[in-house]
Design a binder for this molecule. Structure first.
Ligand SMILES: *Cc1c(COP(=O)(O)O)cnc(C)c1O
Length: 388
């Protein structure tokens, strides 16, 4: 079966649920055992089964099955946010004295976690140029345990050569993790390209309606127990209603992504013709570092990209553009049905590389609106931009 067909069926079983299409939502803390024997059995396999609410419920396990089908992994673990998926997976696999490599283009809260919590626990972090490819091997140390990638990078969209990075890492038994949120686990198969762990903020496209906080860790059976034990020990767990909503989101993910993709490409093409715009940072466009890698390794693009405006525009000019938009409110997060636009400045967030662009940057999430309405809103915005 093709992936989009699989995603309609994974993690549900109507035959066991009165024929009802969707599984029920279990709210649970205590799980009771009628006999000492049953209690002992549950105790003996603490990372599997229905044992205690925080360990997992039929609702979270069903969602995890659907995520594993999406990512093409053996297992998946749901936690309470995308950032919890990142921190939990890293904490599960490092100890004091270890070293990890992290892409310089990483989602900023990931960097913050590395520079504070990891540092305090004696884990050394080196940031690397997202375009490093096989050159990553020059940065390996005897104590390097993880290469943490994110492709394309948050805000700046560099597409990484994951096969080259993975090949170099695996020669040294170093694990490769990817933050796969942009591709939603659908447009990039992390495992076929050599990753060991694929993480997503399910908050974004899997949820898809801006009303869920959830993270997923897709991984092999071999890594499952170690990571599950750590996230359980940290007290991480995913809420049942969020798992239910996100599982519903997976059913329509391919259909929604297609609209986001088409709208974003149409909008980016329109923006490319505008004299105010100097760069389109969208992996499907030539301006974007790693465009050729995207063509080789990805099967599509989502609705999120950035643009760089001419350096002649001031922050006040950009504020006039943004403040009057009706279909692009500013807001963190993305992946819902609605469009968003936020200003950002990568300067100061870089360690291994230098941000070369001088003009103001805008990150755009292209939603499900009619493309003509989106263009009309931006057209009026550009008139305001030039009224300085
Ligand atoms: C939003 C985001 C996260 C964090 O997800 P939360 O659910 O908000 O914690 C991690 N990585 C990327 C790339 C994101 O965009």
């Amino acid at each position: 079966m093709k992936k989009n067909t699989q995603l309609l069926h994974a993690g549900r079983n109507p035959a066991e649920n009165y024929g009802i299409v969707n599984p029920p939502v279990y709210h649970a803390s205590t799980v009771t055992f009628p006999t000492v024997e049953a209690l002992k059995k549950a105790d003996s396999e603490p990372t599997e089964g229905i044992f205690y609410g925080r360990m997992g419920t039929p609702t979270s396990y069903d969602f995890e099955k659907a995520v594993a089908a999406l990512e093409g992994s053996e297992r998946a673990i749901a936690v309470q946010s995308g950032l919890a998926a990142i921190t939990g997976a890293i904490l599960a696999l490092v100890k004091s004295g270890d070293h990890i490599l992290v892409t310089d283009s990483v989602y900023f809260p990931t960097k913050k976690f590395c520079n504070t919590v990891l540092k305090n626990f004696g884990v050394e972090v080196t940031y690397f140029d997202p375009m490093i490819g096989a050159g990553i091997k020059e940065l390996f140390q005897d104590n390097t345990k993880i290469v943490f990638t994110e492709s394309p990078g948050s805000l700046t969209f560099e597409v990484q050569d994951i096969p080259a990075i993975s090949k170099a890492a695996h020669e040294r038994d170093i694990l490769v993790m990817i933050d796969n949120t942009w591709a939603a686990g659908y447009y990039f198969n992390a495992f076929e390209h050599g990753c060991d762990i694929s993480i997503q903020a399910a908050t974004k496209y899997i949820g898809g309606h801006s009303d869920v906080m959830l993270g997923t860790i897709a991984l092999s059976n071999a890594l499952y127990k170690t990571v599950k034990t750590a996230v359980y020990g940290l007290g991480y767990c995913a809420a049942p209603d969020d798992c239910y909503l996100a599982q519903r989101g997976i059913r329509t993910l391919p259909a929604r992504l297609k609209v986001h993709e088409e709208n974003a490409i149409a909008l980016a093409k329109w923006l490319q013709q505008r004299p105010e715009v100097t760069k389109i940072l969208h992996p499907a466009f030539e301006d974007c570092p790693g465009h050729e890698i995207w063509k080789r390794d990805f099967t599509g693009a989502c609705g999120l990209f950035s643009i760089v405006l001419d350096e002649k525009y001031s922050a006040e000019d950009v504020a006039r553009l943004l403040d009057g938009l009706t279909l692009f409110p500013m807001g963190y997060s993305w992946g819902g049905y609605e469009s968003l636009m936020t200003p950002f400045n990568p300067q100061g967030a870089r360690q291994a590389t230098k941000w070369q662009e001088k003009g103001p940057c805008l990150r755009i999430h292209t939603g499900q609106e009619n493309i003509e309405d989106l263009i009309a809103d931006l057209e009026a915005g550009f008139i305001r931009l030039n009224q300085g």
